[in-house]
Design a protein around this ligand. Structure first.
Ligand code: NAD
Ligand code: LMR
Length: 336
């Protein structure tokens, strides 16, 4: 029996993400929480003849905590795409002032109601909202670093698509599973095209073309924000990416060797995390490929960092510098 809760379920990401979750045969119960419009979304999804039940939870007033608690009760996996998206000209960090409090409130609800759940954070700025959730759970003495995931999967999805678009005759996007490490904003996003089957294609590109490809992955979010022209950021590709990570986490409950990249807390209780931390400027949070298992993140595949190219090492230095500020901003928000 698996119960999944989506917080922000009536939003641009929340709706298609909930649709995908509704179709997953491993999920028995889908709980939808939002501060607006969620009864309609729930009623709509509930007519789908898959084998899960659907419930909707809308607070009756700002102070009403019952709706959130009801949605989270007995939840095994909570996905959070709640909060405001970017408009053209904004950075993800510009969302901090609004989204930090939203995410902190939801994390407090998780700490009180379902502290053992897997928690997947989509709300931006991910580089800061994940530390906010970790700190909030720590404050409540319920933090399990193996179960907290910053969702960076969209960067991998883009990295796979964009390289394939350069070689349409020789490749398909599904041929690739590029590791993208670091964080989830601009130059903190580091795609590792020099590893695995993408290297043969990377080598065919000029230095300038390689730069353009990497830049496109790092700033792929801006393409969508500009195309939507004020109506938000990526929602459909994000729903697909968020679902993909959730699906892998559920798959790993009964299947060995499931690996995904995620922005995680490099806590020493996780195998390989201390080694990783030393290689990424002692940062507490970083996105790396991790092996998933029954209890969540089983092992960080830090060895990958020894294999990256000189150019990727340079990109990593820039990422580490920016990330440390983003992480500190999230941590101090909760500590203050
Ligand atoms: P949206 O505005 O369409 O939807 C957000 C939803 O959150 C709304 O329905 C809103 O009512 C709800 N919400 C607000 N406060 C809430 C609260 N306290 N509790 C529950 N729900 C609440 O926005 P969107 O396009 O779905 O984007 C959501 C977030 O995801 C943004 O911060 C965006 O930047 C981020 N995002 C992240 C990634 C990523 O790769 N991690 C990709 C795309 C978007
Ligand atoms: C993305 O990468 O598409 C998201 O983080 C949304 C954004 O603001 O770009």
């Amino acid at each position: 029996m698996v119960k999944v809760t989506v917080c922000g379920a009536a939003g641009g990401i929340g709706q298609p993400l909930s649709l995908l979750l509704k179709l997953n045969p491993k999920i028995d119960e889908l709980a939808l929480f939002d501060v607006v419009n969620v009864p309609g979304v729930g009623a709509d999804l509930s007519h789908i003849c898959s084998n899960s039940t659907t419930s909707s939870h809308l607070p009756s007033a700002k102070e009403d905590k019952t709706a959130l608690a009801d949605s989270l009760k007995n939840s095994d996996l909570v996905i959070i795409p709640a909060g405001v998206p970017r408009k053209p000209g904004m950075t993800r960090d510009d969302l901090f002032n609004i989204n930090a409090s939203i995410v902190q409130g939801l994390a407090q609800g998780i700490a009180e109601t379902c502290p053992d759940a897997f928690v997947l954070i989509i709300s931006n700025p991910v580089n800061s909202t994940v530390p906010i959730v970790a700190e909030t759970l720590k404050k409540n003495n319920v933090f399990n670093p193996k179960k907290l995931f910053g969702v960076t999967t969209l960067d991998i999805v883009r990295a796979n698509t964009f390289i394939s678009q350069l070689f349409p005759k020789e490749s398909k996007p599904t041929d690739f599973n590029i590791n993208v490490i670091g964080g989830h904003s601009g130059e903190t996003i580091v795609p590792l095209y020099s590893l695995g089957n993408s290297k043969q294609y990377l080598d065919k590109l000029s230095e300038e073309q390689q730069k353009e490809l990497i830049h496109r992955v790092q700033f792929g979010g801006d393409e969508v924000v500009q195309a939507k022209n004020g109506a938000g950021s990526a929602t459909l590709s994000m729903a697909y990416a968020g679902y993909k990570l959730a699906e892998s986490i559920l798959k790993a409950l009964d299947t060995p060797n499931v690996v995904e990249c995620t922005f995680l807390n490099l806590d020493s209780s996780i195998k390989g995390a201390s080694e990783a931390k030393k290689l990424v400027g002692n940062l507490d949070f970083f996105s790396l490929p991790v092996k998933l298992g029954k209890s969540g993140i089983e092992e960080v595949q830090y060895e990958i960092l020894d294999k990256i190219s000189d150019n990727e090492k340079k990109l990593l230095e820039v990422a580490v510098d920016q990330l440390s500020k983003n992480i500190e901003k999230g941590v101090s928000f909760v500590k203050k």
